[in-house]
Design a binder for this molecule. Sequence first.
Ligand code: PMP
Ligand code: GLN
Length: 379
Amino acid sequence: ITSKQPNTGTTIFTVMSKLAADCGALNLSQGFPNFDCSPKLTDLVTHYLKKGMNQYAPMAGIQPFREVIAQKISDAYQINYHPDTEVTIVSGATEALYAAIVAVVHQGDEVILLEPCYDSYAPAVTLNGGTPVYVTLTPENGYKIDWNVVKSKITERTKLIILNTPHNPTGTVLSEDDLTQLAEIVRDTNIFLIGDEVYEHIIFDGREHWSLLRNPILQERSFICGSFGKTFHVTGWKIGYCLAPKALTEEFRKVHQWLTFSTVTPIQYALADFLKEPDNYLSIPKFYQEKRDKFLTCIKDSRFTYTPAHGSFFQCVNYQNITDEGDYDLAIRLTREIGVASIPVSVFYNQKNDYKILRFCFAKDDETLERAGEHLCKL
Ligand code: PMP
Ligand code: GLN
């Protein structure tokens, strides 16, 4: 077989989680909680399974689920997405991202990616005939986006820009000013946007989530991708949503119907009910801020340096006071030798680099964070 993805290997998440399991290491690599979701949620799923909600859901998702999502967005941002034509339920944000990319990228189009970025973006672009154009963000200036650099990368072939806030892996978030500057760049163009906002509720220190949909110039051209896996500690359920204006949603659904057609039915009913109680998601920022602070307390006597994450469930740390090794080698060694697995941040870059940053996932019970901290402080 002639590979369509000759440069694609196994994702770093699979590699590190397997190594962690093989070594019996604490797994702070792949981003998933090691604690369970609310029992109310599993009870609801059980209820709907037993009630026989076990056949295909409608292609776009069940009506009450699309309605409650539209209502939630309208309550939070006073922006109305029509549940029938502008909200689609998908099998995880990975599907939403892929479907949005397929929907808009034609052969020869350019797609601007801000690196470091999530590993599914670039392959989805190239598999669909597009070319990723990178804007490189660096730890030296806190991964701040220089919008003049973004502007300088725009050509008549630019079709799409993908943004991620709160950001995996860096834990940074976009500000209102970032949205304003982006709007200036795209306002008189036909450029589409994807807002990868899977960590929308995991944001700290009183910061607001600046969804792309809060700026009207951005909203009218955006696919906003969300994931309930992150918000409700159920990454294995692979269920999320895509919000987009009607014309964009029409094209999005044409792809979605050939990718998965529809998404797991009983879980849609369960989440529709669960979302009706706002406290189920409004409590999440505090919950994860405490996890972040717990992890930072556990590594405060280490030789790592860091800026506390502003959002997401990841903390990046700089290890240049500890060793000269490359981050990939170090992540492997720490898993084997001290029993703590992390993710080397260089894998999120297209450009080769030696920034010496590791990413730790702090969506873990306190005991795991404490034990990881003890090991990391010995370095
Ligand atoms: N985007 C980002 C930035 C992520 O971290 C993840 C996490 N897996 C995804 C998309 C995919 O989300 P899902 O598991 O819902 O497919
Ligand atoms: N989003 C998760 C992370 O960044 C991993 C998801 C996956 O394994 N594909 O760790």
